[in-house]
Design a protein around this ligand. Structure first.
Ligand SMILES: [Zn+2]
Length: 120
């Protein structure tokens, strides 16, 4: 069970259930406010990287991923969701997109090379 209030703390099963719950989505929308071109998450939880967290039941979900799942009707497992506007709290449908696999792969390689445990 994942109950800590931190980023990345969610399960696929719980998220699928979550999106099927209309009441949960209504709750979600209560914490979203329009801000300029964006719709930003104003809920209480924020992960260490600044993404909004939506607490539902025993689980914490990344708010922008919940929004992406709801709008696109599938769970982007293993894929980062980026905000085109650069606002990590933004959950606006038009501002959310999947990170291209090539960018993700490049980032992974870069991290491996820079690892302090990688050599002497
Ligand atoms: Zn935005």
């Amino acid at each position: 069970m994942c109950t800590e209030l931190r980023e990345g703390c969610y399960t696929v099963e719980a998220m699928s259930e979550l999106v099927s719950e209309i009441e949960a989505w209504k709750d979600f929308k209560k914490s979203v406010k329009k801000s300029g071109e964006c719709q930003v998450w104003t809920g209480r939880g924020f992960g260490e990287k600044g993404y909004g967290l939506f607490k539902h039941g025993d689980f914490n979900h990344l708010a922008h991923r919940v929004a992406f799942m709801y709008y696109n009707d599938y769970d982007p497992v293993g894929i980062r969701i980026l905000q085109s506007c650069g606002n990590k709290r933004c959950v606006k449908e038009e501002h959310l997109s999947e990170e291209p696999p090539i960018a993700a792969a490049a980032k992974f390689t870069g991290e491996a090379v820079q690892s302090p445990k990688g050599g002497r």
